[in-house]
Design a protein around this ligand. Sequence first.
Ligand code: CIZ
Length: 315
Amino acid sequence: MVVDNNIIEKIKALRKEKNAVIFAHYYQTSDIQAIADFIGDSLALSQKAAETTADIIVLAGVKFMAETVKILSPEKKVIIPDLMAGCSLADSCKKEDFEEFINDNPGRTVITYVNTTADIKALSDIACTSSNAKQIVESLHQDEKIIFGPDRNLGNYIKELTKRDILVWDGACHVHEQFSLDAILRMKKENPGSKIIAHPECEKPVRLVADYIGSTSGMLSFVSKDPGKVFIVVTEPGILYEMRKAEPEKIFIPVPPKYSMCGYNECNFMKLITLEKIYKSLKFEEPEVTVDASIIEWAAVPIKRMLEISAKLGL
Ligand code: CIZ
């Protein structure tokens, strides 16, 4: 990737002048991760944002992540460099439909993945991430009936692991459902001794061949602890930047989508964010992410409940 040093210098100067910070998700391009003040998954980004003394947070990621930051830090100015950076998973769960689903299945505790809009969080009892979903479900009484949304693959995986009574919402991430099983099996054959590490948003056949299933942060700690040398990485390839930085001696292979036997399976929404757009958003302090105060009040409840349970369990 050709990096424009001029734009990097301009971003750094503006960031200092405006007491701003740039937080980037693991799925961002490497040039963005390289200049970020903090890199993490969506939950870590919002927790870190709540701690910062900066006046402006530029969120290099997708909109639901910027909203989660705003929910936990309503007094801060949160900017996303491109408002079109949406999320197919969050979009697969619309407020009216999900509300109807809850009303049609009364008496169930509603657990939703953080990858949802603020409206869906406001309808939920507890939030979860892919790192803590199993423990959040198991923290409830054995007989408690659950609704889990919006990801069907993560939901069904957690249902298999916990054997709980879970009704799973039928949503999905268009990137994680696109990984080619054929390519994964071919890569495994070409790299004997390699390990397949997959995100739980992947389809079941991919999960079945994986040596490790976990969230982005789980995958990062797995590749550091595991003695293996070669890893076939089944999640958005932006994560390879952090993996290679942490483990320069190890080899990380991205997996292509089903319609191609080589190349990358990138999230087009994540990749809408560019250094140029970060510069412009810092300069003009827009587009700002806003969430209604009444929604913030309700949407903060499931996130705080998840944080309390996680803290109690030492996660
Ligand atoms: O929640 C996140 O940050 C995403 C999109 C994935 C993960 O596993 O961390």
